[in-house]
Design a protein around this ligand. Sequence first.
Ligand SMILES: [Mn+2]
Length: 274
Amino acid sequence: MSLYVLGDLQGCRPDFEALLESLAPGPRDELWICGDLINRGPDSLGMLRRLRAWRGPLRCVLGNHDLAVLAQARRAVPKLGATARELLGATDAGALLDWLQAQPLLVEAQGLTMVHAGLAPQWTADVARQEAACVAATLRGAEALPALAQMYGDEPDLWTPQLSGAARFRYAVNVLTRMRYVDAQGRLELESKEGIGAGAKTRALWPWFAHPQRRNRALQIAFGHWSTLGRVYWPEHGVWGLDSGCVWGGRLSALRWPERRIYSRPCPAHQQPG
Ligand SMILES: [Mn+2]
């Protein structure tokens, strides 16, 4: 049995179907999707319907775009994007959004860990599991709406086990769904989106996975979110960055596990930067 881990779909359903056809997973193989299932691309509604109705083993994690659509749909934040409007207007919107909101933020099997953006360098594997589970439990519970309403913001930017309430939720969401770079102390630097090398501005920054004191280095991690990363496999860090910019006219990538084979397929541009 293999896992097929797919990069960010962002509503690019035609590209999903095309890649899937070439991968041709067997009935016992698992499909994993590393977040940002929807938003920006041409068919978020169709993508969500397709995944919710998936017959075989499927595991997804939530990305920042999924959370943004949820926050808008639940009216936790005022702005309403076009994609969310399309979803909201659908007759099955309630069921689709409930399904989306019940997805986890970290998935593990066969020695592979999947998250959307990454893990804080200060987090051990156990802390990462615990924080991701806590965010997922909040999203499934009675406090989901206030949590979504207080989700946006770049602070706190440094982990401490003393974080609590909305601050802890926001920090964990930012790590798991938005982070790319951290500084020498492991502080989140959420503004830089560039590829490696262009990222260092005034402070010395590391991609989260390359931080020299990263405490979860024993994990092998598949993630998405970083379309300008430039390559998928980082053997020196044991990570696979699978967002190769499908929605921007890049490629849709997949990792077959445990074989460690990388597949990718070019995509037409569905969205212009900016
Ligand atoms: Mn993302």
